[in-house]
Design a protein around this ligand. Structure first.
Ligand SMILES: [Zn+2]
Length: 80
């Protein structure tokens, strides 16, 4: 059996270590034909590159890893 690991690396600077961060906010929206303002509490999560500070969403990283799987299965890196 052969084991092979390919990591997500920051596309900006090639760092491979990230810190998980959470952001919390309130979004205010006006309502058509009314003086009411709607508010909605929101939170989001991301991963900050430990080297350059660029932030990536979990969806971005998941897609990146999916692309690695496709490339590997197409033997682009499998022959390394
Ligand atoms: Zn980076």
């Amino acid at each position: 059996m052969v084991s092979y690991t390919k990591k997500f690396i920051c596309p900006n600077c090639c760092e491979k270590d990230f810190t998980k961060v959470h952001n919390f906010s309130v979004e205010f929206r006006s309502v058509n034909f009314s003086d009411d303002i709607l508010s909605e509490k929101k939170s989001s999560m991301g991963y900050i590159c430990k080297s350059c500070g660029e932030m990536y969403t979990a969806e971005f990283i998941t897609q990146y890893l999916e692309d690695i799987i496709i490339k590997y299965k197409n033997d682009e890196w499998g022959a390394e």
